[in-house]
Ligand binder design. Structure first.
Ligand code: FAD
Length: 414
């Protein structure tokens, strides 16, 4: 849709990713993951590494490609057609790498960011606890400072890549005073997998299978002091930065999921016949296609605008609002597009003969993970109220255009 807006370089990049997605992933991998026969597809990460597609936004000196957000959303859309598990494993280095690249020391970058981008170390992010994911600042995992180490205790769940990651980014409380401000009580740690860490592949997931999602238990894990990122109490600051890739990767990846379904359904509608003609000739069908492509283009527009704004240096508060809008819009629109696709297909769309049912199961996670749609709304309204109340409006005062605008006595506010 935004072809006219893309540079020649990015068009070439998209071709590269499209070819990679076409050739590097055998259908058998996706099928085995969906049957839960594969718990962690390291072959996928190895293939990404071979093509230098891990952590593409990070500097070349650390193994990335030094690309910007515009390029990353292009890659995410293309990879999204493979489903939410492979897309998520592609996103994780972008998310974890954000913390390392923005805030890590040179030593941390050499030890974790570089091998991660080179595909030598796999990563996962551990935010959510059994107690809850939305209330991030209510985290109960603790990291107590001892002379040589922090002692990490607690539990995280639903962590994609828990099964296969070599290191985890883990948020834990370092200020254990119950009255401490939760926003400054949390810190972020790089935690190597050791014997004191147990991971369990527990869940019968509706979709997004085979990505190693599981529970992690930290039982008095010794974490060296040098593995804290940015220092004690800086978890909140890092969290806000990590939420940019966290949400924008979902927003862009889910365009791919929905696009795949729409393509299948559109082609099907040109072949399938009913009442003596192809079903595409029925407005009831072709208008569903029209609504779907409109939704997809609208999603691309909001996601592209967000990516471009970040590339051009939008302030953090605006970034927060835009990524939240993008994530909410994309996952809701994608869900509608996939439902339309299934409707166009009729009963066969509901079977495992076509991948629409799998992508639909995958897509349902969109409004839940990386912050639910309700949490996106909390952020969007919060940032907008702040913006509007601090604004010195110099434009037209449209309130004065009402016939009875001067009836001040009727303007009650409670
Ligand atoms: C397949 C899968 C993969 C995941 N991957 C990861 C991962 O890799 N790493 C990780 O850390 N986490 C991961 N998660 C966790 C995911 O991010 C959380 O499930 C999500 O943030 C919601 O948290 P919760 O499940 O605890 O729900 P809760 O926080 O308990 O929320 C329950 C309901 O209450 C609503 N709610 C809560 N607070 C408010 C409020 N203030 N206002 C309005 N509504 C509210 C929510 O929107 C939701 O509808 C994954 C989850 C799944 C299922």
């Amino acid at each position: 849709m935004y072809d006219y807006l893309l540079s020649e370089e990015n068009k070439k990049f998209r071709e590269e990713i499209r070819k990679f997605v076409k050739n590097a992933v055998p259908p058998s991998l996706i099928k085995k993951m969906d049957r839960d026969e594969i718990r962690y597809p390291s072959e996928w990460l190895n293939a990404l590494a071979k093509q230098n597609l891990i952590g593409i936004r990070f500097p070349k000196e650390y193994g990335g490609r030094g690309l910007n957000w515009e390029s990353e959303i292009i890659a995410q859309e293309e990879i999204g057609v493979l489903g939410s598990s492979l897309a998520c494993l592609f996103s994780l280095p972008s998310i974890c790498g954000e913390a390392l690249n923005f805030f890590g020391t040179e030593e941390q970058k050499q030890k974790y960011l570089k091998p991660m981008c080179e595909g030598k170390k796999f990563t996962a992010e551990a935010l959510t606890e059994p107690r809850g994911g939305s209330d991030f600042f209510g985290a109960t995992c603790t990291a107590k400072k001892e002379s040589d180490y922090y002692i990490l205790k607690g539990e995280k769940r639903f962590v994609v890549g828990a099964e296969g990651a070599d290191f985890f980014l883990v948020y834990a409380k370092t200020n254990l005073d119950p009255n401490a401000d939760p926003r400054t009580a949390l810190s972020l740690f790089i935690v190597d997998r050791t014997e004191d860490i147990t991971t369990e592949y527990l869940y019968g997931l509706l979709g997004t299978r085979g990505g190693g999602a599981g529970r992690i238990k930290f039982k008095d894990v010794e974490v060296p002091h040098e593995n804290i990122i940015l220092g004690e109490g800086m978890g909140g600051k890092i969290f806000y930065q990590m939420m940019v890739p966290e949400r924008l990767t979902t927003a862009s990846g889910f365009i791919g999921l929905a696009r795949a379904c729409l393509q299948i359904a559109t082609k099907y509608s040109t072949k399938r016949k009913a009442f003596g003609q192809t079903i595409k000739n029925f407005e009831g069908v072709s208008f569903m296609i029209a609504d779907s492509i409109t939704l997809l283009d609208a999603t691309r527009a909001i996601v592209y605008n967000t990516a471009k704004s970040i590339d051009l240096g939008a302030p953090p508060a605006l970034q927060r609002r835009l990524v939240s809008e993008s994530k909410k819009f994309s996952t809701k629109a994608g869900w509608k597009v996939i439902n339309n696709a299934m409707q166009v297909m009729g009963g066969i769309g509901y079977t495992t003969v076509y991948p629409i049912e799998r992508l639909m199961r995958d897509a349902r996670i969109g409004e839940l993970w990386t912050g639910t749609s309700e949490i996106m709304n909390l952020i969007i309204q919060h940032e907008y109220y702040k913006e509007i109340l601090s604004e010195k409006w110099f434009g037209r005062d449209v309130e004065q255009d009402a016939i009875d605008s001067e009836a001040e006595e009727e303007k009650h506010y409670g």
